[in-house]
Structure formats: structure tokens, C-alpha cells
Design a protein around this ligand. Structure first.
Ligand SMILES: *Cc1c(COP(=O)(O)O)cnc(C)c1O
Length: 231
């Protein structure tokens, strides 16, 4: 017996009429890029996640890249994340010219380990309290952000991560590409960090008929900056 890993056809057949109608409507409106349907989805998805703004982009990698660029992250900067993730998390950091800095995962959750994150900051970084700057001592990069990745329906331990971020003036970008609808203490994935990146690749928790992505934020300035980037 063959058990398909992912049965997209079965999913489609369940909601075929609705999908066909929406596709026809989009073609009738010739709204092939952005347009009313995308705007409506952005509003609905933001509301579903409990966040003010959602900005639609071309895929999850673009979502991460757009979030990093909105924070002016680039050469000379460092971004903390995990190596136990899909390659796109690290790719997006490298694409900006910043340096990915790895912290290990927690063996129980497979998400970023808060104690390892503290250990890394205490042992490998220096904090300049006057300039409010955290610097990786070995690589001499200014650390501007941390990207926790939520995996297997479980979110990273966000409360202590947000506390650490506050203490060291870091931004938190949630990589929620595999976490649509996951919750942490009653809060939805994407609603806790300063920014959050989602993917709608067909096999993700919420899959598009093609590629898609979105960045979420409660910050109006960041949202409008990202809208202008045209990713
Ligand atoms: C899929 C995925 C991405 C990238 O999304 P794409 O839409 O494929 O570009 C980023 N991070 C994680 C954890 C993912 O699973």
C-alpha cells in the first residue's frame, strides 16, 4: 500500500468548488499580481494571527529577507538563529550580507535553547551599554536580531527570548514558516516577535496554489516600509 506523504489532490477535491470559483474570479479580474484578493487575504491572515499588519510577499524566504531588510540589517551585522531549520532561514540572513550566528536547540522541543542563547551571549559576546550594542567577540559583528524557528507545531519559548531581546536591544523575527496556527500561552505564532515570516509553499501548514509568503508585524512603520520593497 502506498501512503502519500502529502495528498494535495485530496485536499483540493474537498473544497474544489470554492477554489475553482476563486481562481476564476481572479482571472476575470486580471488581478495576477497583488490586487484585491491579496489585500483581503492579508487582512484575514493578520486578524487570524492576532496581529495588526500582514504584508504578502512571494515566498517564505522573501518574507524573512524582507523582515531583515526592514530592520536595515546588512554587512557588519549578525543575526542569531539555529542550524536545525530549513536552509532558507540562514540563506535569508546571508542574502542581506549579515552573518548568521548559531545557537543550539533544546533536545526536548527541537526549538532554540534559551539557556544556550544566554550562554552564547554571556561567553562569546560583549555588551556596550553606552551604545546599546551587542557584539560577537570572535566575528566582530553587531548583533541586531534573533530568529527563533517554530517547528513541529510547537513554538519556541518566546517569553524568555523576548526578555533577552529587550535586555540586549535585539529585534525578534519569528520564523513561523511551519507554524501557522500554533500557539504559545494562548498567543498565535507570529504575534509575539517584532516581525514574523510565514511561507505558503504548497506543502506547508497553509499551502498556496503556487508560492507565497507573508510578513506580520504590529509596527505600522515597518509594515509600510515592507510594502514598498515589492518582494
Ligand atoms: C519553508 C520554510 C522557509 C522558506 O519558505 P519558502 O516559501 O520555501 O521560501 C523558511 N523557514 C522554514 C522553517 C521553512 O520551513
Amino acid at each position: 500500500m502506498q501512503v502519500p506523504f502529502m495528498d494535495l489532490k485530496r485536499q483540493y477535491l474537498k473544497i474544489k468548488d470554492e477554489i475553482d470559483e476563486a481562481i476564476q474570479e481572479t482571472i476575470d479580474a486580471c488581478a495576477f499580481v497583488s490586487g484585491k484578493m491579496v489585500r483581503k487575504f492579508e487582512e484575514d491572515f493578520a486578524q487570524y494571527c492576532g496581529v495588526k499588519y500582514a504584508v504578502g510577499v512571494s515566498n517564505g524566504t522573501s518574507a524573512l529577507f524582507t523582515a531583515l531588510k526592514a530592520l536595515d540589517i546588512g554587512p557588519g551585522d549578525g543575526v542569531i538563529t539555529v542550524s536545525f531549520t530549513f536552509i532558507a532561514t540562514v540563506e535569508a540572513i546571508s542574502m542581506t550580507g549579515a552573518r548568521p550566528l548559531f545557537v543550539d536547540i533544546d533536545t526536548d522541543t527541537y526549538n532554540i535553547s534559551v539557556s544556550k542563547l544566554k550562554e552564547y551571549i554571556e561567553n562569546f559576546c560583549e555588551w556596550d551599554s553606552a551604545k546599546k550594542m551587542l557584539v560577537d567577540k570572535k566575528h566582530r559583528v553587531r548583533i541586531k536580531a534573533v530568529i527563533p524557528v517554530h517547528l513541529y507545531g510547537q513554538m519556541a519559548d518566546m517569553d524568555p527570548i523576548m526578555d533577552i531581546a529587550k535586555e540586549y536591544d535585539l529585534y525578534v523575527i519569528e520564523d513561523a514558516a511551519q507554524a501557522h496556527g500554533a500557539t504559545y500561552k494562548g498567543k498565535k505564532a507570529g504575534s509575539i516577535g517584532h516581525l514574523a515570516a510565514f511561507s505558503f509553499y504548497p506543502s506547508k501548514n497553509l499551502g498556496a496554489y503556487g508560492q507565497g509568503g507573508a510578513v506580520l508585524t504590529n509596527d505600522e512603520n515597518l509594515a509600510s516600509k515592507m510594502r514598498m520593497s515589492g518582494e
